[in-house]
Write a protein that binds this ligand. Sequence first.
Ligand code: SF4
Length: 347
Amino acid sequence: MTRKAVALISGGLDSLLAARLILQQGIQVEGINFFTGFCVEGHTHAIRKHDRNREKRNNALWVAEQLGIKLHIIDIVEEYKDVVINPKHGYGANLNPCLDCKIFMVRKAHEWIKQHDFDFIITGEVIGQRPKSQRKRYLPVVAAESGADDLLLRPLCATNLPPTRPEREGWVAREQLKDFSGRSRKPQIALAAEFGFEDYAQPAGGCCFLTDKSYSVKLQDLWDNRGQREYELDDIMLLKVGRHIRPSSHFKLIIAREEGENNFLSGYRRQFQMIKTVSHAGPVALVEGEPLNPQQLELACAITARYSKGRDADSVELLFTNREQDTHTIQVKPLAADQIRPDWVIV
Ligand code: SF4
């Protein structure tokens, strides 16, 4: 009887290799990729013009294609909020709740295998590799708290760990699994070469924006100024884009840094108040917060003009559009660089 495993596929090298090691044992493997909204997955590369030459691809789909397996992309945006907002095991260096995140994803995978009559779960975890969730003492926590217990197999470090049920039952040959540990990437790179994989993703800071310091600062600012720790998908997408400037607790400006971001932010024009430079080439800015009073509007426009080609002009014309889509033009003198207070600039 062919056994069936589901592999958690992030799009990185480790999950690719873990799935490949199990496939070569004649196991039927399908992949799951969870969409949390925080995924790095080419988002900023896709938007920003200066990244135009970088390849745009969904790495999880690329991995599935390389392996010749079916991939299930599952939207967990709503359920995942509780993991980010209330992580039982706390955060890593930034707002990354890695241990709770791993537990949650393995729990979801465990529910999935029960529903789909699969036998076990594979992850690409390696003992001792960042983040914290991959420290040796945390691996049993993930298995236990997710409910997957010994149906969770980590092929890249399995022989350093007690045998799991797939190994004990002879569904997989333990001796063909690996004993990787530590932070070195060399064993993975060597194994990738052995399998003939090239051009795989090597995300520098992890698979999601929550490990990114400046992103976490922006998310914390959002929570602090709303007076509650909550977010919608649009909020966390917009934290990936533009320059974020908060001149007051009442409003924040998200100012495009280049043409690609201008286009992207323009897509939100019906949800936000928007400022657009007219007389000079310049950015689109979204205003997040309450309707602006005249003084706030003038300040918001003067800041936006600062980032336009008219920054040294005596007067710049901008177009303001409110949420009801009423528009009017405004003339302002751009703020000088030293008038943009450092504490306004979130990152
Ligand atoms: S880096 Fe992000 S996706 Fe990866 S385990 Fe940590 S919180 Fe989860």
